[in-house]
Design a protein around this ligand. Sequence first.
Ligand code: ADP
Ligand code: MG
Length: 240
Amino acid sequence: MIKLENVHKSFGDHEVLKGVDAEIDKGQVVCLIGPSGSGKSTLLRCINGLETYQAGRISIDDETVDVTAPSIHDLRTRVSMVFQRFNLFPHRTAIENVMEGPRYVLKQDKATVREKAERLLTRVGLADKLNAYPASLSGGQQQRVAIARALAMEPEAILFDEPTSALDPEMVGEVLQVMRALAEEHMTMLVVTHEILFAREVADRVLFLDGGRIVEEGAANEVLRQPKNERTQDFLRRVT
Ligand code: ADP
Ligand code: MG
């Protein structure tokens, strides 16, 4: 569903992605791991058309992600993103945050959108927080609102960029639980994470990015339990 072919991305003369190839099939959960600064966030941002890339091709269902093409707006609505810092609108309630995209981007009618937002917030365990403002919610609750907001766009895939790394440890579990449920429903997901246990349990495949290249990839069990590449071995020793 999402395909990257020899993708190169530089900021000025700093080459961050040095020829990345990857494929995420429909319904698959792929975890992207790798050291800080290896280009994980940049890779997600390129897939979602938030960054341009200089060479190679990224495609979603065979449609090229091209930031300069008019179709980019449509592509962006087909792939949602969940960030490390939840990026909720602070002056809007939980339900208003979830309603925003479907209402103003997808232009769905208000009653339908409200009903959908209620259903999604219930699904992430926040039925009693519909009218709460982000500041009154815990980090874990805010991230669950952000996931409900991503789902409200009815995306074909969701990209998660370290969704639990800004959370206090006691809140990590509730967010991973929501993600696990999505995986069980066969949502297509690309997840940047340092949660190796989660990756081991939920991911179909794992990609290890190092220095702008995918240096190892394979079934979660193989890459995480018996990494072949020395850099992967080092990395896993440090994070587990
Ligand atoms: P990761 O998410 O794996 O930690 P990033 O994709 O955030 O890595 O960053 C990869 C490299 O790209 C880093 O060296 C970072 O400083 C650089 N970088 C990221 N975004 C920008 C930007 N907007 N402008 C210039 N350099 C950037
Ligand atoms: Mg990052």
